[in-house]
Write a protein that binds this ligand. Structure first.
Ligand code: F3S
Length: 413
């Protein structure tokens, strides 16, 4: 690889052994993907921020790098952790996870990360610009940053994201290059998309067919909300490995058809109508007997706008005492919710704002057992997918209003 003088000095250990090791990882990665050089990155979002992902080995490694003087030289945010740092006892997170998570968060913070612990870093201050190179992990955030913000990143794993934070570099390949960012599959959106749940359903259907190809949506309104696009991003990256999509007239690299496809013809096309929508909902609904005792929304983490709408819908309502109702979010959004009285409204109705974590990154098997959860309802295609597959909880998949009604009744229908 063609390295700059500064990068050569990093690789030769002139900036210390931690940076030397980091550069070695990036050079190896670059060689695998035939990158010709490195690119400077403006920020990093760290995927291995939960101990359920990092494990004991990963936690020890991050701690060691921090203790040896490792310091991040670009803005670095953290993905959700394994627990809510304030409510872990209520959630019944086992103690072993709690102490390890504290060590991991502390080590990242010591190196210079900001411990927001959220999968929507772009809503809490890590918001890259069009064309900016970044090194992010967390598939939903990667798809959002590439597509909606027009930033440039591959889907980084824990070691490569850590290496980029320490060096401010990433190998120049994949979605960092303009030629790899053109659309491949044209998606005609014919179903009416009314809520974020519908966008998640669309994303799940398309991701399954597209794999890692770049889909281009035709028929999404330019009035689509950020919350709907984050749900679309998460679902596309769940059933498939989509890291970038375009929506004609909506996303910044697809103002026209020509721009979206780089003046080439789409390789393939597909249609998402009401039939495909309903089939996807059926596929993700694995529960059968109507009863449930856990309802979770906020995957990806809820924005303050979403929390506001939920609080409004909960005024003078009561959650069924047999049901736990979680709204997952960032600590930053919760701070505003506290000030606005939304947290109090939710608490009065029996719901909880859960910060810093989510069911997929928490030790959910242990939490399910300790709380006796038997079935879950959610409006998130990503969570529905993982709940059924990763921790074998039967799932009801529906819109936010269905979820709220289910939380009040303890039943889906
Ligand atoms: Fe975020 Fe966890 Fe969902 S990381 S996208 S809330 S699975």
């Amino acid at each position: 690889m063609d390295l700059s003088r500064e990068e050569q000095m990093m690789a030769q250990g002139k900036f210390g052994p931690v940076v030397e090791e980091a550069m070695e990882i990036l050079i190896k990665l670059g060689e695998i993907y035939e990158a010709k050089k490195m690119v400077k990155v403006a920020s990093v979002h760290m995927p291995g921020s939960s101990v359920t992902v990092a494990g004991e080995g990963g936690t020890r490694f991050v701690k060691r790098q921090a203790d040896r003087g490792g310091r991040f030289i670009v803005q670095t945010s953290l993905n959700p952790a394994a627990m809510d740092f304030q409510r872990w006892q209520e959630m019944r997170v086992p103690l072993a996870f709690v102490s390890m998570q504290r060590q991991l968060t502390e080590a990242y913070s010591q190196m210079g990360a900001v411990a927001h612990h959220t999968c929507v870093p772009y809503l809490v201050g890590n918001a890259p610009r069009l064309g900016e190179h970044i090194a992010w992990g967390e598939s939903s955030a990667v798809a959002f940053a590439n597509s909606v913000l027009g930033a440039r990143t591959n889907r980084e794993g824990g070691p490569s994201a850590l290496a980029s934070a320490l060096t401010g570099r990433a190998p120049l390949y994949g979605f960092h290059l303009r030629e790899n960012r053109v659309g491949k599959v044209l998606v005609h959106v014919q179903a009416k998309l009314k809520t974020a749940f519908d966008y998640g359903t669309l994303g799940y259907f398309v991701g399954k067919i597209c794999g890692d190809k770049v889909p281009v949506f035709k028929g999404i309104s330019h009035q689509v909300r950020v919350e709907e696009l984050k749900m679309l991003s998460a679902a596309l990256a769940t059933s498939g490995a989509v890291a970038l999509f375009h929506a004609i007239g909506v996303t910044p690299e697809a103002l026209t058809d020509e721009q979206a496809f780089g003046r080439k013809k789409p390789e393939d096309s597909l249609t998402f109508g009401q039939k495909e929508h309903d089939q996807t909902v059926d596929f993700l609904t694995t529960a059968k007997n109507d009863y449930l005792n856990l309802v979770v929304v906020g995957c990806p983490h809820s924005s303050i706008e979403e929390i506001r709408s939920i609080a409004q819908l909960l005024v003078d309502k009561k959650i069924n005492p047999e049901v736990d109702f979680w709204v997952c979010t960032s600590l930053a959004a919760k701070a505003i919710a506290d000030r606005m009285g939304y947290t109090e409204i939710m608490a009065q109705s029996g719901g909880k704002l859960i910060c810093d974590t989510c069911p997929v990154l928490a030790p959910m098997d242990e939490i399910i057992k300790a709380n006796g959860y038997t079935a879950l309802a959610t409006n998130s295609a990503k969570l529905a997918h993982y709940a059924a597959g990763k921790f074998s909880l039967p799932v009801y998949f529906g819109s936010l209003s269905w979820c709220l009604r289910a939380a009040a009744m303890g039943k889906w229908h």
